[in-house]
Design a protein around this ligand. Structure first.
Ligand code: DX5
Ligand code: ZN
Length: 237
């Protein structure tokens, strides 16, 4: 298949990633199975260190224990001030994609190279107040650009509308530079806000409380996927 066509098909295929932060604690195994049965493409795993964000979540052991249950992508979001001490443990535990934050400044490039050297997919996240220019120097190094749609640290927060132009910028830069990174949104994503994000160019959707909070997760996820498919601007070959 011509590379351009493969790129177009890949970027026009939405990815829905339920966030385990919203799962019922104490039964992550069954909650993961529920998400997989519901049609999840990836599983989003939020790692909080109580320093970069004012909250604590999980360690590599959670990924290691859940890894044998599915071949789906483990999309590990490191909201940590010192991710350099966690990259190898999460890689060894079975993470497929490791995302660090652009707000970490000068060390970002070496962190991205380290993730790549571990044979994992590389993600870069940017918080709502942070200017997109902070991510621009790294775009050729990444497989995923995560445009946060809430200030990180908690699930169940309200969506920040002011972030939408940043998603459009991410999509414009990708097109102009002929790059291949996916554009992910995370925080406050429901069946309404997902349409605005997809229209702006987001093709990878993280959702915690909307999906794990749904009594019928499968139909909620199917509705979310259909909404993205209908709204996503077509990526060119
Ligand atoms: C927030 C996390 C999100 C969060 C999303 O810091 O990065 O992944 O779990 O949860 P909802 O969809 O409930 O906002
Ligand atoms: Zn997240």
């Amino acid at each position: 298949m011509p590379a351009g066509l493969a790129r177009m098909l890949r970027l026009n295929t939405p990815v829905i990633a339920p966030s385990l932060l919203a799962a019922r604690y104490g039964r992550f195994d069954r909650e993961l199975d529920r998400a997989v049965r519901a049609g999840a493409d990836w599983l989003h795993v939020d790692i909080m260190d109580g320093h970069f964000v004012p909250n604590l979540s999980f360690g590599p052991e959670l990924v290691r224990q859940l890894r044998p249950r599915t071949r789906k992508t483990f999309d590990v979001h490191l909201m940590c001030s010192r991710p350099e001490i966690l990259l190898e443990p999460f890689a060894a535990a079975g993470a497929d994609l490791l995302t660090v934050h652009a707000e970490l400044g000068a060390q970002v490039s070496s962190l991205l190279w380290k993730i790549r050297s571990l044979g994992k997919r590389v993600g870069l996240a940017i918080n709502p107040p942070t200017n997109m220019r902070e991510a621009q120097p790294y775009l050729a190094q990444i497989d995923l650009l995560l445009v946060m749609t809430v200030n990180p640290g908690f699930g169940g927060q309200g969506f920040i509308e002011e972030v939408l132009p940043k998603i459009q910028t991410a999509q414009r830069w990708r097109r102009e530079m002929g790059l291949n990174y996916r554009i992910e949104v995370d925080g406050g994503i429901n069946l309404g806000t997902v349409v605005e994000c997809a229209r702006a160019g987001a093709d990878t959707i993280v959702s915690g409380s909307t999906l794990f909070g749904a009594s019928r997760m499968k139909s909620a996820l199917q509705k979310m996927r259909a909404a993205v498919l209908a709204a996503l601007p077509r990526a060119e070959a």
